[in-house]
Design a binder for this molecule. Structure first.
Ligand code: FES
Ligand code: FES
Length: 159
């Protein structure tokens, strides 16, 4: 059996062999090597949530996740969310955020979308309090929290 190199993983359904070293943050691979810039660099310290992606379905801050830690695993970014090759069709959570005009500058939104998708997949009946708790580690400098929470609650039916 062939062993995977520590920098081989699956990103949005496609195998990737990173040129970067195994200690490189996943966010750096996504943005700088693969051009997937939907995941944002905010604090770089795991404190703001702007860089959150799904790793085997679980939300993780990609700025604090070295490549060796996700070797062979399935990474989903906001670009891979809709299930279309181009990510063109909005996911129901994204549509709800649009419908509620929840995004202001949008910097925090992709990380919040990934967190919300993970929550609603696991807990389709999540309460408003559950949504607030799940978003606890996500900062929004525009103060759009109220509309963001309302949008995610409204998206429950559609996910
Ligand atoms: S940039 Fe990763 S948590 Fe802030
Ligand atoms: S919408 Fe601007 S940081 Fe959240």
């Amino acid at each position: 059996m062939t062993e995977l190199a520590p920098t081989e993983l699956i990103v949005n359904g496609a195998p990737v062999a990173a040129a970067a070293g195994p200690d490189t943050p996943l966010l750096t691979l996504l943005r700088d090597e693969l051009g997937l810039v939907g995941s944002r660099f905010g604090c770089g310290q795991g404190l703001c949530g702007a860089c959150v992606v799904l790793v085997d379905g679980a939300p993780m801050p990609s700025c604090q996740t070295p490549l060796w830690q996700v070797s062979g695993q399935e990474v989903t970014t906001v670009e891979g969310l809709s299930g279309t090759p181009t990510g063109a069709a909005p996911h129901p959570v994204q549509q709800a955020l649009l419908d509620h005009q929840a995004a202001q500058c949008g910097f925090c939104i992709s990380g919040i979308v990934m967190r919300a998708v993970a929550l609603l997949r696991e807990r389709p009946d999540a309460s408003e309090d559950d949504v607030v708790e799940a978003l606890d580690t996500h900062l929004c400098r525009c103060g759009a929290h109220g509309r963001i929470v309302a949008a995610i609650v409204a998206a429950r039916e559609a996910v």
